[in-house]
Design a binder for this molecule. Structure first.
Ligand code: ATP
Ligand code: MG
Length: 421
């Protein structure tokens, strides 16, 4: 008998019921989805009514944005009276070093993937081949150019972050986008929806300048609809930035704000997964509800965090003990305690940083102007600490107009406050 086990099978599941993958715009995933009707109507109306432009979906990290956007697209696809959309199937991520050309290319690549998925056989068409070979070639050129720059830069002991712009005219890019839209429409898709993700991690000004550059190329293109999933306050910040006048008419005035699911909603998500993935009807969720509630409260409703920690607890308990079934509450909490303290302690922080972090937890939430209460003599000094904590994923930031508010993430809150029932 070996020591290698499938712990989910031992718990009675065909698959990990606490996985943190987002749900796609598919029927299988729709069975696991908890609806958010008000927000679905808002986003759905935009996607069903507009011919071009962008809309912002804002919410905290891990609150369910990608899932929500995908499942709203799925709803639209189910209604024959609405324009037929080609749903986004892979997310387009913006990086701090992305150029506008790179962004357009990743958009085109994403559309080709969506077409392949939703219109089998499309890869044999001439237009598809043409777009693909062009995109491919351009990406190779761009990649080779940046690799050779990095090569010489490294040799001189300098780090260069500059990448050589691909020599592609705006006209060419527009032609490619138009070709992709024609191909989609030939295949029966009246609109192309694209999800631009990952905006929490990208420098806001960089993103805004990309939008500015792409105003006519993509934001104004007929048949292209963009959903920008980002942190709370991003739209407002765009509207108060200097480029807003140039692009405001391309961006929906209304923002879809996604609040955390309530606790019952999270229980419901887990229940659906348990019922979907269990081998027999008698099988129960491994992690007790009370533990889920503690995770929920500590993270202020971040479902990704709740699932991830529940997953960790179930794994740890399975590793330490044989005989897996529903986990006793005290055992679940002991496992959680261990998971958290190992992970939080692994952060490389100075004593002063630990001290400040702990004080932030006790304050609940802070703003740079509160620097006095942390014995720091300027807001900037405090911001330096806050930025570091944010980069490490220890705290979360939220914008309220000009003000940024910082709040501890789940692990940090539990680490300093202790896990109690
Ligand atoms: N309404 C929902 N119904 C069912 N499951 C959900 C729902 N919302 C989120 N989830 C689940 O919660 C997890 C996190 O969701 P998702 O990845 O969509 O969040 P996100 O806000 O896009 O995260 P990030 O900020 O990291 O991009 C996923 O496993 C997803 O399946
Ligand atoms: Mg996401």
């Amino acid at each position: 008998m070996g020591h290698i086990r499938n712990i989910w099978l031992e718990y009675g599941f065909l698959m990990n019921p606490y996985h943190t993958d987002h749900l796609d715009a598919t029927r299988e995933d729709a069975a696991l989805y908890i609806h958010r009707e008000t927000e679905e109507t808002r986003l759905g109306n935009f996607l069903a009514s507009e011919d071009h432009g962008a809309i912002f979906v804002e919410g905290h990290v891990g609150v369910g944005k990608t899932t929500f956007v995908n499942q709203t697209q799925y709803l639209l696809m189910q209604d024959d009276s609405l324009p037929r959309i080609l749903p986004s199937c892979s997310v387009v991520e913006v990086q701090n070093t992305s150029t506008s050309e790179e962004l357009v290319f990743s958009i085109i690549a994403s559309v080709l993937r969506a077409l392949r998925l939703h219109s089998p056989g499309v890869e044999d068409s001439n237009i598809f081949r043409e777009i693909k070979s062009y995109t491919w070639q351009a990406q190779i050129t761009s990649w080779t150019a940046s690799a050779s720059i990095m090569g010489t830069g490294g040799g001189n002991g300098k780090i260069t972050t500059q990448t050589q712009p691909v020599a592609i005219s705006l006209q060419t890019l527009q032609n490619l986008l138009d070709k992709a839209a024609i191909l989609a429409s030939e295949r029966g898709f009246e609109r192309i929806v694209l999800l631009i993700n990952n905006l929490d991690n990208v420098n806001e000004n960089h993103f805004f300048s990309l939008l500015h550059d792409l105003r006519d190329t993509i934001l104004g293109r007929s048949r292209w609809l963009f959903v920008m999933a980002g942190p709370i306050g991003m739209h407002r910040s765009l509207m108060s930035s200097t480029i807003h006048r140039r692009i405001s008419e391309r961006i929906a005035g209304e923002v879809v704000k996604l609040d955390p699911l309530n606790l019952d909603g999270v229980f419901e998500v887990i229940k659906k997964r348990v019922e979907h993935f269990r081998k027999q009807e008698s099988i129960k969720a491994p992690v007790p509800e009370r533990t889920i509630e503690i995770l929920y409260n500590a993270s202020r409703g971040e479902i990704r965090y709740v699932l991830n920690r529940a997953n960790g607890i179930a794994r740890m308990v399975a590793q330490e003990f044989t005989g897996t079934g529903p986990i006793q509450e005290n055992l679940a909490l002991a496992a959680l305690q261990k998971l958290i303290s190992d992970e939080v302690r692994a952060n490389d922080l100075t004593e002063r940083q630990w001290e400040i972090l702990e004080a932030i937890v006790h304050a609940g939430n802070v703003r740079p102007k509160n620097h006095d209460s942390f014995s720091l003599n300027s807001a900037q000094a405090f911001i330096n600490y806050l930025n570091r904590f944010h980069r490490l994923g220890l705290i979360e930031q939220e914008r309220f107009g000009r003000e940024t508010v910082y709040t501890p993430r789940g692990d940090i809150a539990l680490f300093f406050k202790g896990i109690s029932l």
